[in-house]
Design a protein around this ligand. Sequence first.
Ligand SMILES: [Zn+2]
Length: 251
Amino acid sequence: MEQVAPLAANVRDAESVVVLTGAGISTESGIPDFRSDSGIWSRFDPEDFHYRRFRNDPAGFWEDRVELHKTMFGDGIKPNPAHDALRELAEGSYLHALVTQNTDGLHESAAATSAELIELHGNAHHVVCDSCGRRTNAGPVRERVESGARAPRCRDCDGIFKPDVVLFGEQLGKNDLQRARKLSREADVFLAIGSSLSVEPAASLPRIAERNNATTAVVNFDETTFSAVADFDIRGNVTNVLPALCEEVTD
Ligand SMILES: [Zn+2]
């Protein structure tokens, strides 16, 4: 934690601070991760959530999707002290942009500030019509599925609603990805939080920032693929480190 004070000084002096968050910040809100031994993919088959299945068997897909949603988010989820610290930094205009790999929507309160929010993998609380692109809340759609509706359809065009997340077999949103890369190039400080940085595009964003002379930091419980390169490599629980950082910055 002795690295927190000098990192905070960098954050305070920077014009552009970009944060990338991964599953490690969500697990502290009780959301299971995907790949560990007790993770989501130990209980569900990833193939059931492939875009191909959504197209071929939307009713079956949606039945499984409702179960997955319940397993991930239970009766409701709340931001934890790490989310709160990021929101506070954003409110103080210390945070320029927040890029997340998470679909839980827990950074939405930070998005109410001047900070830009990019949800690379989408947002599980929304659905999007696969035909006309209309977006709406996922809650009522899940309720329709639970009360026996087959694949839920868009009332505008009769297309089928898809969770507004990037499914297996789908590409990430091109605009989001380009925007995230540009922000990473222009960042003075790049913080990677709660991500192992092992999958694209998360893996390359801190490297883009580093090549463009940003100060880089990793906050994660375990070593990451970028830890040896980062200017600051802080190992610890994000719910301890982020509030401490926020306090140093805003003090
Ligand atoms: Zn539609």
